[in-house]
Design a protein around this ligand. Structure first.
Ligand SMILES: [Zn+2]
Length: 313
């Protein structure tokens, strides 16, 4: 009889298991429990059984940062349904989330909140350390871009909180946001026709806002090497690695051959780019999504997002 050899699984000595972090603007529904926590909990229990309770940490928590939270909060306040501070609001939701997870007997070692109590302090310290290190070593650059401001609510509005009419000739879409219309036309915020704030319904001001940006280009190769290393030496999900790789590729603009003439006329006005002739299509390799504000978005990665991602994972 032929002998079948089955390899035994190798377990890690110590492990940290995480489950997705729900936003602090809501309570949990069954989709969160059944779709996110049950799998992680099962895995945590299984590993505790194999490598010992003391070697497994199962951790998750409330994500306290993100525009959906302030949007939900402002809406409730506006409708006179909530009176407390935004901190109170997030804490209330966090406590409810925690309670539900405990009722479902999720075996979490820690369910904290990224802006509250000790976890909040750690989050702040770690973020500060990363920012300072990047700043001291010269990896950051300061850039300004115009952004809409609602003076009634005293807040800067995100792209979706401003609606007007598309300025692109012949479009007339009235579902045009700060720099992009529903049909995908892109423009500068100051070109948007009749902009209205989704919060106050009034015409918002345009203010120059300065942000710190990370010089992504300079670290592109290092990051690509890192992705390749993970591909060969880890069990990271392939589609995740593909997404990161896609993101690190230089931006390109495809131009139809029949529109070539227009582009040749524009050639001098375009920023530094490489032209690749792909036979069927002409491929323009450029660092711009659109040649007005694109530079900021394509050349640099906005620092806040970068740091938040680093802190999260
Ligand atoms: Zn449009």
């Amino acid at each position: 009889m032929k002998e079948i050899k089955i390899e035994r699984p190798i377990f890690p000595k110590k492990t940290v298991i995480t489950a997705g972090m729900p936003y602090g603007n809501k309570e949990l529904h069954f989709g969160h429990i059944g779709g996110v926590f049950v799998h992680a909990d099962t895995f945590a229990r299984f590993l505790r059984d194999r490598i010992g309770n003391e070697n497994v940490i199962f951790v998750s928590g409330t994500d306290c940062y993100g525009s959906p939270i302030s949007a939900s909060y402002l809406k409730l306040v506006e409708e006179d349904q909530y009176e407390g501070s935004i901190q109170d609001y997030v804490r209330k939701n966090h406590e409810k989330q925690k309670e539900v997870l405990s009722k479902y007997e999720m075996s979490l070692n820690l369910y904290a909140a990224s802006a509250l109590d000790r976890a909040g302090e750690v989050h702040k310290e770690v973020s500060k350390e990363i920012f300072n290190k990047l700043y001291e070593d010269g990896y950051l650059v300061k850039l300004s871009s115009p952004q809409f401001y609602d003076s009634d609510f005293k807040v800067l509005l995100n792209g979706r909180q401003v609606v007007g009419k598309c300025p692109i000739e012949g479009c007339n879409s009235d579902k045009a946001y700060a720099d992009e219309c529903a049909l995908g036309h892109q423009y500068m915020p100051n070109e948007l026709i009749e902009p209205k704030s989704a919060l106050s319904g009034k015409t918002p001001e345009l203010r120059d806002v300065t942000n710190w940006y990370f010089k992504l280009e300079e670290y592109n190769n290092t990051l690509i090497e890192k992705v390749n290393y993970l591909r060969d030496n880890s069990n990271w999900r392939k589609n995740l690695l593909n997404t990161i790789e896609e993101f690190l590729k230089p931006p390109v603009i495809y131009v139809k051959r029949k529109q070539l003439e227009g582009i040749i006329n524009l050639e001098e006005k375009l920023p530094k780019h490489t032209v690749i002739d792909e036979q069927k299509n002409l491929l323009l390799l450029s660092y711009l999504k659109i040649y007005k504000i694109g530079i900021v978005q394509e050349k640099y990665l906005m620092i806040s997002e970068f740091v938040l991602e680093l802190v999260k994972h």
